[in-house]
Ligand binder design. Structure first.
Ligand code: ATP
Ligand code: MG
Length: 417
């Protein structure tokens, strides 16, 4: 059953505090990140609730959440532990517990030491960050000023953490992961497959037999590259996992949690020691940006050119003026000439060319908005060309085109085996 805790299992709720969250000025990434960790541990998150920096609102949100997760449950709270007057979480928890706030001397000393290290005077308001409700267990910090704390109310274990996402991740590792693992009913080791070029429903159809056999399978449309992660609760060497590999075929682009399509392409190029040069028109360098997000890519990524005008396609890539004149910049021949030009001028093993119409203007009947031509030259004598009509607005077309290009590089390299 999804969304409901199974018998005997702790229910977990998450409350995030911050006016910026409920006003839509900042996306609540803490809830998503924490829920992902909980799911990994086999714990069921039953609620996400956000509330503004308002004492009454925080107390109500916490009270209601404690009731909903019920005795034996866990509440994770983030935000509002800062030094300013609008940081009211500690006051709210104190009110909820009916305990006064007390100064926690080691936390005060930690904050004072931080200020001393940066040779600054500590504003008096920072003393507030060393206050915790009497009886709460302090969760010391090494990543920020404010400590977190843990307390129990009506059989619910409440963990209160600072709001900055990187502090939340640190607290999770240091203070939460262990006790929560002990409460989890982990459905066994999980393994993630990342797929590209296939939607969630088509994937679910392919893996129907596996699910029917009782293996827990989760699908998550992920990252901006439009890939889908399929997590199965099996070790990667299990025969059923091997069958998934075979079923996914060319759609399987990476394995392992958090490995992106760009990571997979980078790893493949590094492993085969194939140098790449890219020439992008309508994607404006997005392929290069995704690739340069991969640590270690400098070993194989030679250059990424953004060649927008016809003149630059001639100057930088040697695309013939007559070709541009006769067929326009958006056609397969130009994509191919860009790919070859990028590769040859860099002396690389592989060249990529992309040219298309990202819109919203500039489309014609023959060449509508979303039309994108791709070409990959190499490795060796290989040359693959692809034409796609991509849906979406300007940005979506650019990102989808970048994803298509990355996948085309992957397939070109793999087919060279
Ligand atoms: P600080 O000591 O840094 O003030 P704090 O506990 O008071 O910590 P907040 O002031 O609520 O935390 O948030 C600090 C920063 O973290 C802000 O930039 C805030 O927008 C961001 N933040 C808080 N909660 C979330 C959340 N749920 N998701 C994403 N960002 C968040
Ligand atoms: Mg705040």
């Amino acid at each position: 059953m999804q969304g409901e805790a199974t018998e005997g299992q702790s229910k977990v709720g998450i409350v995030t505090i911050g006016t910026e969250l409920v006003r839509g000025e900042r996306l609540d990434t803490n809830s998503a990140w924490l829920s992902d960790q909980l799911t990994e541990l086999g714990l069921t998150c039953v609620l996400h609730r956000s509330c503004p920096d308002d004492l009454g609102a925080i107390v109500r949100a916490l009270r209601q959440s404690v009731e909903e997760v019920g005795a034996g449950g866990v509440l994770l709270v983030t935000g509002g532990l800062g030094p300013t007057n609008d940081d009211l979480t500690r006051d709210a928890v104190a009110e909820l517990l009916g305990s006064p706030l007390e100064l926690h001397q080691p936390s005060l000393e930690h904050i004072q030491a931080l200020y001393a290290r940066f040779k600054r005077d500590m504003p008096d308001s920072n003393r507030r960050q060393a206050l915790v409700p009497a009886g709460a267990r302090v969760l010391a910090t090494e990543v920020g000023t404010a400590p977190g704390f843990a307390a129990e109310l009506d059989g619910v274990q409440i963990y209160v953490l600072p709001g900055p996402p990187r502090e939340v991740r640190w607290f999770w590792d240091r203070h939460l992961s262990e006790p929560l693992t002990a409460r989890g009913h982990s459905p066994g080791p999980a393994w993630a497959f990342r797929t590209v070029g296939i939607g969630e429903s088509a994937l679910a159809e392919r893996l129907h037999a596996l699910e029917a056999s009782g293996v827990l399978v989760r699908y998550a449309a992920e990252d901006r590259l439009g890939t889908v992660a399929v997590t199965i609760h099996l070790p990667p060497t299990d025969p059923a996992a091997q069958a998934v590999r075979a079923d996914l075929g060319r759609h399987l682009c990476a394995e392992g949690r958090g490995v992106t399509l760009a990571d997979a392409v980078g790893a493949l190029l590094i492993e085969r020691d194939l140098r790449l040069a890219t020439a992008e028109s309508c994607t404006g360098g997005r392929v290069a940006a995704f690739l340069t997000g991969v640590p270690g890519i400098s070993a194989v990524f030679d250059r990424g050119l953004v060649s927008y005008s016809n003149q630059s396609k001639q100057d930088l890539l040697g695309v013939p003026a007559e070709l541009l004149e006769a067929q326009g910049a958006v056609c397969s021949e130009v994509a191919q000439a860009m790919a070859r030009g990028a590769r040859d001028r860099a002396g690389a093993a592989i060249g990529l060319g992309i040219t298309g119409i990202a819109g919203p203007g500039g489309g014609t009947e023959d060449k509508p908005v979303g039309l994108v031509h791709f070409a990959v030259a190499g490795p060796g004598e290989r040359l693959v060309a692809l034409e796609r009509l991509l849906p979406g607005d300007r940005e979506q077309i650019q990102i989808r085109a970048a994803a298509t290009a990355l996948d085309l590089i992957r397939l070109a390299v793999q087919s060279a085996d």
